[in-house]
Structures are given as C-alpha cells and as structure tokens.
Design a protein around this ligand. Structure first.
Ligand code: ADP
Ligand code: ADP
Length: 233
C-alpha cells in the first residue's frame, strides 16, 4: 500500500533563481525503510520538510505530494501532524520541556489525549526504549544520545505511521548512533512504521534499509534496493 508519493515535485525558495528540487518522482510503500542520501546542499532537508508540509507556503512548489493516495490539503494538517513524525539533527532544538516526563507528555497533551491513555502509552514507551533511568530526570541532564531517544519517544507516542528523520545521529557518538539506528530497525520490523531517513552513516543503513534514494543537485538520481544502489553510487 502506498503511503506517500511525490509527482513532478519542483521547489524553489522565495527570491531564489534556481530550484532546489527538480521534477522529483517517487512512491513510498507502507513498511518501507528508505535511506535518503546525497551531498550537502542537494536538497535532502528541503524534501523532508516539504513532505511534512512545512515550507510549501513559503516557497514555490510545483507538482503534487500525496498521502495515502490523496493530495494533502490545508485541513489535513492536524491529522498529518500526528501521522507523520519528524526528528531533526540537533537533539537540543526539539526538546521544549524542563523535565523528561513533561517532554514525553507534551505532544499527547496538545493532541487532547486522556490522562489514562497518556499514562498507558508512556509506560509502554518507557518499557520499549528502556527509559526507566531517564523519566525522572531533567532534560538538561541528558546526553545528546539520550536527548535524541526522548525526541524519538515523544514523536512515537503520537503513533505516527511515517517517520521522517533528518540526520538524527549526526550529533551522536558511534555507539549511541548504532543503538539509535537499531531502534529504527525495530520500529520498522515490529510496528511496521515506515521510515525515511537522511543519514551519512551509510554502512550501517545499507544493511537496514530496503531502498536507497540519492539526491544530486535537486535531482533524484537513484531509487533502488541497497544492493543495486551500491553499484550506482
Ligand atoms: P541538504 O539537506 O541536502 O544539505 P538543503 O535542503 O538543506 O540540502 O538545501 C538545498 C539548497 O537549498 C541549498 O543550496 C541551500 O542553501 C538552499 N536552502 C536551504 N534552506 C533554505 C532557505 N530557508 N532559504 C533559501 N535557501 C535555502
Ligand atoms: P542541513 O544540515 O540539512 O544541510 P543546512 O545547514 O543546509 O542544513 O541548513 C540549516 C538551516 O539553515 C536550515 O533551516 C535551512 O533552511 C537554513 N538555510 C540553509 N541554506 C540557506 C540559505 N541559503 N538561505 C537561508 N536559509 C538557509
């Protein structure tokens, strides 16, 4: 089943003469684990933010983005905020609360979850991630890797179907990065969460992803299985 697709997507920032994305086509199927790579400036972050519908109003977007076969409309934003989770490179930027527990509750409170449901979901998440030692801490006391875990857990509490991650391990040490990638693998395997991740840790990701997309100067030049993509990169 198709979850997200881009048809003829072209994008340029306001006042820019050149487009950042040029005639992009792809379809992501439910359960896919996609590695998106490409040199710095090739348009990876822009593409992720477009898929999350965050910057379209501020630039010149051509073509269409479909979620589950339907074009995304203004009134779908609240729904999409829940269905599509996003994790960014810098774990600091995404954390807003002083206490870890409040950080975990924040998104669910905004979505109007009942107290019972929040309690149940947090307990599940603490168990899955092994967060027992962290839940009673202040967010400022956490390492970068721990912060990124809390970010991911907070996003997952909203039960997204699709996760977009923009270099989530860039600030982590190699061990924390490996653990983070392993968690993504489990989320994909055990919960069927669809994953689109921008990563420079290609070696780790090539064995986990079922697809590799390569952007080059705004063109999607590779969209293949990792095995085939390896021959084209
Ligand atoms: P990547 O994530 O692959 O490094 P980006 O999507 O961040 O690429 O950037 C692609 C191009 O768009 C770059 O040339 C960058 O300078 C430009 N760009 C990114 N964000 C903005 C912005 N907010 N305004 C104008 N240009 C931008
Ligand atoms: P990435 O690590 O994804 O490549 P960048 O370092 O390119 O990100 O960009 C970091 C931030 O700066 C982003 O929010 C992006 O929108 C913004 N940005 C990047 N290039 C430009 C630009 N030419 N003009 C304005 N903002 C930009």
């Amino acid at each position: 089943m198709e979850i997200l697709s881009a048809q003829n997507v072209t994008f340029s920032y306001p006042d820019a003469t050149e487009s950042v994305l040029d005639d992009i086509h792809f379809t992501i199927q439910e359960g896919d684990f996609v590695l998106l790579c490409g040199p710095s400036g090739s348009g990876k972050s822009t593409l992720l933010r477009l898929l999350k519908e965050e910057i379209a109003p501020h630039g010149n977007l051509g073509g269409n983005i479909y979620y589950r076969g339907s074009m995304i409309k203004e009134q779908d934003r609240f729904l999409l905020a829940k269905e599509i989770g996003m994790v960014f490179q810098d774990p600091e930027n995404q954390i807003v609360m002083e206490r870890v527990m409040d950080e975990l509750l924040f998104g669910m409170e905004n979505m109007g979850y009942t107290t019972d449901k929040m309690r149940k979901k947090v307990a599940e998440m603490v168990h899955f991630f092994g967060l027992n030692d962290l839940v009673n801490k202040k967010t400022a006391e956490l390492s970068g890797g721990q912060k990124q875990l809390i970010n991911l857990a907070s996003v997952l509490l909203l039960e997204p179907k699709l996760l977009l991650l923009d270099e989530p391990t860039a600030q982590l040490d190699p061990i924390a990065a490996k653990e983070f990638i392993h968690l993504l693998e489990r989320l994909n395997d055990e919960f069927g969460i669809t994953i689109l991740v921008v990563e420079h840790r290609m070696e780790e990701l090539f064995s986990v992803a079922n697809r590799v997309m390569l952007l080059d100067k705004g063109h999607l030049v590779v969209d293949q299985s990792p095995r085939k993509a390896a021959h084209q990169m």
